[in-house]
Design a protein around this ligand. Structure first.
Ligand SMILES: Nc1ncnc2c1ncn2[C@@H]1O[C@H](COP(=O)(O)OP(=O)(O)OP(=O)(O)O)[C@@H](O)[C@H]1O
Length: 603
């Protein structure tokens, strides 16, 4: 109730005062309104006994004013649509990697935001005929408002896009999504929550701002009010009526905003919260505050859901065998096209160099991985392990050297001694079918577990949605999360999220799986459930490169352990060779340090 009062008491008081003030200032004579036809026809206000409220309502329902309001709405709607599309283009230009494109968008936004809209309208109205373009006043107004809106919405959209974690784009790219697909399916739906309030503000501002179109003789609501006032001099009553009409129009925008915010609230699951847009607008039901919405959202479903941090139910032998079969089937499908090249090294990195801002991160690195081999990479922080994985999947360009997966470059063409990225990098990544699992899971926050998994098969690989959905459900079951199919990522524990991320990578039928410290962001009690899934993948014969700090795990699953330091491979061999009898002093020092840490953790 308090919140309701705080939100609406002040505006309501202002409206009441305005109405009372109108009555007093219009003479307080208790005069009634003129008949509508008199007003519309320009006749003087007739006297009646309906009182000030009746007079005000008379103006509010006046078709002459509503026609003007309709014009204002038409101009705003068309200009808003044009402005948003142009604004999206400008926002993307502002985020472009090419400086001239960024500069062009910046100058446009700077110029349009820095000059009064009134001047822009008058300029368009007077200057365009000078170059042979003659537009009517309505079209000029729509064009003027759209061009102006584009500059403002560009910055709102850019802000929304920037508010989405960059890891979402990286995860989309790793699944073979191109920049536009990732923007449409992953980034914009998440950015909408940040974009909507600003856009609603702009739309409301534009509906009110259409009044300045009267300078080029657009006959909209304010202009029409002025016409009536010019004939009956009832300034306050007529303008108060116009104000009420504006308020009704802008309230409709607020309602639409409320409904859209609900639609794009990825913390709110479909089953949670049933309050309508009206209730939300009025402050009843779910709160406008995201925190409270989220809290409310989780309550009803929580009763049915299992507690988030449960120990995984041990898998039965039958389940294990069924999941093993599913994964083997998956592997066979992915490898079907390969033409008897079993003996060829599957991943070949040769003389790979990578620097960031002059700092060498990988130095002349050579690594080969055989088909079906499990290679774990260990090494101190900053030694370039994650960078190597990102280069193999071409999430980053190599500076020098060669990387081939199954005998092919992933999105490069060779030019002399250097590799040049090709134009359709997304397609190359999709064709390579390299599944990647990240340290911080990078699940798409607005999609449920099952949607996260089926997104790439449907959108990138054009699989039948029903089949993709069924496969996603089986993969979820295979990682022990069958009951969590419809849960959004924030409802899952870290271990569960990571298992969904593994299932998502498996859904693209990968021929190679890259794991980038898959357990290092997890609480110790959740590590086991993720390692169990990776272990089963290894048993199924998946080729894998796993960057990890889990030495015990590396010892258990790896065919080969690679120790990296300062951007190069210091030592590699079987787990027994590298972990039990390391030759290099640097490896020995690292393992002693890890052992100390593990002892402390175990204690
Ligand atoms: N995009 C980037 N821009 C600039 N520097 C980067 C970038 N990515 C990585 N680096 C730097 O490259 C070095 C190697 O990073 P990388 O993440 O590959 O190391 P790592 O061995 O995986 O470390 P950790 O185990 O801590 O994840 C680090 O010093 C890091 O700061």
């Amino acid at each position: 109730m308090k919140g309701w009062l705080a939100r609406f008491a002040v505006p309501l008081c202002l409206v009441v005062l305005l109405i009372l003030g109108c009555d007093n200032r219009s003479g307080g004579q208790g005069t009634g309104g003129a008949t509508l036809s008199q007003l519309a026809g320009g006749g003087s206000a007739g006297e009646s006994q309906v009182g000030w409220l009746g007079e005000l309502l008379g103006y509010v329902v006046l078709p002459f004013l509503w026609e003007g309001a309709l014009l204002a709405v038409q101009i705003s709607a068309l200009a808003m649509i044009g402005g948003v599309f142009l604004g999206l283009g400008l926002a993307l230009m502002r985020l472009s990697a090419h400086a001239p494109i960024r500069a062009f968008a910046w100058v446009y936004i700077w110029f349009v935001r820095g000059t009064p809209q009134l001047l822009q309208l008058v300029f368009l109205y007077d200057a365009l005929p000078g170059i042979g373009i003659k537009l009517d006043t309505f079209t000029t107004a729509v064009l003027g408002f759209a061009l102006n809106e584009a500059a403002f919405s560009a910055e709102i959209i850019r802000g929304g896009i920037l508010s989405v974690n960059r890891n979402q784009t990286v995860a989309a790219a790793s699944l073979g999504m191109g920049p536009l697909l990732a923007l449409r399916r992953i980034i914009l739906p998440q950015a909408m929550r940040a974009i909507l309030p600003g856009m609603a503000n702009d739309t409301i501002g534009m509906i009110k701002g259409t009044s300045i179109a009267s300078v080029i003789f657009v006959n909209e609501l304010t202009f029409r009010s002025q016409q009536i006032v010019g004939q009956n001099f009832k300034f306050f009553t007529v303008f108060a009526a116009a104000g009420i009409i504006y308020l009704m129009l802008t309230s409709a925008i607020s309602l639409a905003q409320s409904a859209l915010e609900r639609r794009f609230n990825h913390e709110l699951e479909p089953s949670a919260g049933s309050s309508s847009s009206w209730k939300r607008f009025l402050g009843w039901g779910a709160s406008w505050l995201p925190g409270r919405v989220a809290a409310k959202a989780t309550q009803p479903a929580a009763a049915n859901a299992s507690p988030v941090r449960t120990a995984p139910r041990p898998e039965t032998a039958a389940e294990r065998s069924a999941h093993g079969l599913l994964w083997r089937e998956h592997l066979l499908a992915a490898n079907a096209s390969q033409d008897g090249a079993e003996d060829r090294p599957f991943v070949v990195c040769y003389n790979v160099c990578k620097s960031y801002g002059g700092r060498e991160v990988l130095r002349n690195l050579d690594l080969t991985v055989k088909r079906g081999e499990v290679v774990t990479i260990i090494g101190p922080s900053g030694s370039g392990k994650s960078t190597l994985l990102r280069l193999i999947n071409h999430l980053e360009h190599v500076d020098w050297g060669d990387i081939k997966v199954d005998g092919r470059y992933v999105g490069y063409e060779k030019s002399g001694a250097t590799m040049r990225p090709i134009r359709d990098l997304a397609k190359a990544r999709a064709d390579a079918r390299i599944g990647m699992v990240f340290q911080h899971f990078n699940l798409f926050n607005h999609l449920t577990a099952v949607q996260n998994i089926s997104e790439a098969p449907i959108q990138v690989y054009r699989q039948d949605p029903k089949k993709a959905h069924d496969l996603a459900l089986s993969l979820l079951a295979s990682v022990g999360l069958g009951r969590h199919a419809d849960h959004l990522p924030h409802r899952l524990s870290g271990g569960q999220q990571q298992r969904v991320a593994i299932a998502r990578a498996l859904a693209i039928s990968p021929r190679l799986m890259l794991f980038d410290e898959p357990t290092s962001a997890l609480d110790p009690e959740l590590v086991g459930e993720v390692l169990a899934v990776i272990r089963r993948l290894a048993e199924a014969g998946m080729t894998m490169i796993v960057v990890t700090h889990e030495i015990r795990f590396a010892r258990e699953v790896a065919d080969r352990v690679v120790f990296m330091d300062e951007g190069t491979i210091v030592e590699q061999g079987t787990p027994a060779e590298v972990l039990d009898n390391p030759k290099e002093e640097r490896t020995q020092r690292f393992l002693r340090m890890v052992e100390r840490e593990e002892t402390v953790a175990d204690a």
